[in-house]
Write a protein that binds this ligand. Structure first.
Ligand SMILES: [Mn+2]
Length: 318
């Protein structure tokens, strides 16, 4: 029996299904969870999506209000489905539930997936778990409704950064199929990428006021203080996109954003555009990340932070 047939069989035999995804869930995690929930409900299953902590930005997705943040009796579920999670640790505090439930299915697109379920559908070529979910739903003979399509499209859109990365021609074919259901892609794009909050915007404004362009326009530097966040009653994650404003300036190769975590303690985000390896710089200071996006911490006054990190970057500038 193929993996897809095995998933269909697992679902057919289940009555009460628990859906889990990774912590700090992104659009693909929330989209695939709610897309699958809506689909499984349609075929008469009892379904619970459990996400302990979730950002409100996906609250427009059909079924969002039904997400549970805790459950009392994991024993009552006969099937657990883990989505967009490469290994069981990614389920974080939900891991014990996955372990306790008798039958398990994993659907994912990470090449590092550990196949930790009884049945595992992992296609690492796919843009997103949502894209793989379309294949699973087709194998289960479930027609994609407009509600499901909104969730699934959101996952594809976010994991591809708006069809920029990890996008295959197939991804567009799937997207076209979703569009046929009548979803409003302009609205989804706006809610996912163009919507911010007043607090976020005011915090950004403080960072932009302090923005410095250094090294003949190749380095952008800015920071926010603990006081800024207190003044504005900023919420967790409100600083997240600030580093990209420096990177988007013409001529800039590396953008540095420092966030004060405590007295003389800064968390730095580094973003490069084309050639600087920021992961190497981060590693030097016990940080980590990817080639063009990395983070690290420094314990020193902000002027010294700036000098130290710019000196490091300078070594790689062309
Ligand atoms: Mn994903």
């Amino acid at each position: 029996m193929s993996v897809l047939e095995q998933i269909k069989e697992k679902v057919d035999q289940a009555t009460n299904i628990l859906i889990l995804t990774h912590e700090n869930p992104d659009g693909d995690a929330v989209g695939s969870s709610l897309g699958f929930m809506n689909a499984l409900k349609k075929i008469g299953k009892k379904v619970t999506v459990l996400i302990p902590e979730i950002n409100n930005m996906y609250s427009f997705l059909p079924g969002f209000d039904e997400i549970k943040h805790e459950i009392d009796t994991p024993e009552e579920f006969d099937l657990c489905i883990a989505l967009d999670s490469a290994d069981i640790e990614r389920l974080h505090i939900c891991k014990p539930y996955f372990e306790k439930i008798e039958h398990t299915v994993v659907i994912d697109h990470h090449i590092t997936n550990q196949n930790f379920g009884d049945v595992n559908y992992v296609n690492a070529i796919a843009s997103s778990t949502c894209q793989n979910l379309i294949v699973v739903l087709a194998a289960m003979d479930i027609a994609i409704s407009k509600e499901m399509a909104e969730c699934i499209y959101t996952g594809i859109l976010t994991d591809t950064g708006g069809f920029r990365y990890n996008t295959q021609s197939e991804t567009f074919e799937f997207a076209a199929m979703l569009l046929e259901t009548g979803i409003d892609i302009a609205k989804i794009y706006r809610l996912v990428f163009d919507t911010t909050t007043e607090k976020r915007t005011r915090l950004l404004s403080r960072a932009l006021d302090r923005l410095e362009i250094l090294e003949e326009g190749k380095v952008a530097f800015t920071y926010i203080t603990k006081q800024d966040e207190e003044d504005l009653q900023a919420e967790d994650g409100d600083h997240e996109n600030i580093v990209n404003y420096g990177r988007n300036i013409e001529g800039v190769e590396v953008s540095i954003f420092a966030r004060e975590k405590g007295e003389g303690k800064y968390k730095l985000s580094l973003r490069a555009n084309e050639y600087v390896d920021v992961s190497q710089i981060a590693a030097k200071y016990a940080g980590g990340g990817h080639l063009r996006a990395a983070g690290l911490e420094m314990n020193m006054p902000i002027e010294q932070v700036k000098q130290t990190i710019v000196d490091e970057i300078k070594k790689q500038l062309k």
